[in-house]
Design a protein around this ligand. Structure first.
Ligand SMILES: *[C@@H]1O[C@H](CO)[C@@H](O)[C@H](O)[C@H]1NC(C)=O
Ligand SMILES: *[C@@H]1O[C@H](CO)[C@@H](O)[C@H](O)[C@H]1NC(C)=O
Ligand SMILES: *[C@@H]1O[C@H](CO)[C@@H](O)[C@H](O)[C@H]1NC(C)=O
Ligand SMILES: *[C@@H]1O[C@H](CO)[C@@H](O)[C@H](O)[C@H]1NC(C)=O
Length: 278
């Protein structure tokens, strides 16, 4: 049977039937062996990732036969991978392929903004065929709505909303810190954190704040730069001393508040000085 097919193929070739004539027939496995490789153009050709978040460029080649698939960085024509082997010293580049599949995926671990650019999936036919992929690596940032400093009266709520900007995928988690520590729910009641992955927001609500809740609050999503806000919880004795976010208007109680601040800052500086000396 096999010989017969080869014979048919030879005759076919000798007679010089056009390629289109061949294609019109139903494709058999045997024909695939001799057909030229081509790219399946349905994979994504433009990929956006955030700094540090593993990126995949997916190249799908049909009828590869015994040819090799390589990944080339267009910027400097650096060969990154050949087949499943990494060819560069930069081990962040890896070729993923399962035996028998048509996929040759370039995996870029921990991408940086400088990795943005065009990558080519190349097949070693004569002449070579290439397909370009565009990778964008963006810096994702968190933002806490409102001013960088917040003044809250003792007994009212601290209500902070953090949004993750410039991220193709929702963050897998968002942590809140006060100072250097993750906010501890069990230490004090009345703390709630509501994180919505789809809207990329997280809301921290601390009810009935006291001066002990003052501090530097940081919202830190996975693979994004963090955002901070300094919250000052003012004693009840200073009633005119402002609400959330609004700038303080001059008043006597403000002077008291300001004095407290200065003292706090002196302590902070002193503390930092001591820490530094250690
Ligand atoms: C896929 O895209 C390339 C250009 O990038 C084109 O030359 C080729 O014909 C396309 N293949 C198919 C099957 O559409
Ligand atoms: C917190 O603030 C947001 C707007 O920034 C508001 O929609 C929400 O209702 C507030 N929550 C509470 C409990 O005050
Ligand atoms: C939170 O605070 C409680 C009570 O002070 C303590 O037992 C627990 O270890 C703390 N958890 C973390 C994660 O710091
Ligand atoms: C608040 O904490 C963050 C993260 O630790 C730090 O980068 C930032 O400088 C701090 N802000 C202030 C005003 O101390």
């Amino acid at each position: 049977m096999y010989f017969k097919l080869i014979l048919i193929w030879l005759i076919h070739d000798i007679i010089g039937l056009s390629e289109s004539g061949l294609e019109q027939k139903s494709t058999t496995h045997w024909e695939q062996q001799f057909a030229q490789p081509y790219f399946d153009n349905t994979t994504r050709r433009e990929v956006t990732s955030t700094v540090g978040q593993t990126a995949h460029l997916q190249c799908r080649v049909r009828n590869l036969g015994d040819r090799a698939v390589s990944w080339i960085r267009k910027r400097d024509l650096h060969i990154l991978t050949v087949g499943i082997l990494t060819y560069t010293n930069d081990q962040r580049f890896q070729s993923l392929h399962t035996d028998g599949s048509d996929e040759w995926t370039l995996k870029i671990t921990s991408p940086q903004t400088r990795d943005s650019g065009i990558y080519e999936c190349q097949v070693s036919t004569e002449p070579k065929i290439c397909q370009g992929f565009k990778l964008n690596v963006v810096v994702s940032k968190a933002k806490i709505i409102g001013n960088a400093e917040l003044f809250i009266r003792s007994g009212s709520d601290i209500n902070l909303t953090c949004i993750v900007l410039q991220t193709p995928d929702p963050p897998s988690f968002i942590y809140w810190y006060r100072g250097g520590n993750v906010i501890n729910y069990s230490q004090r009641g009345g703390i709630s954190v509501v994180t919505e992955k789809q809207t990329r927001t997280s809301r921290l609500l601390i009810s009935r704040a006291s001066s002990q809740d003052s501090g530097n609050y940081t919202c830190s999503p996975s693979s994004s730069d963090a955002a901070s806000v300094v919250v000052h919880v003012l004693q009840r004795e200073q009633p005119a001393a402002m609400q959330h976010g609004s700038n303080p208007s001059p008043s006597i109680s403000l002077t008291a508040a300001a004095t407290k601040w200065t003292i706090n800052h002196i302590f902070l500086l002193l503390f930092q000085y001591i820490m530094y000396k250690r």
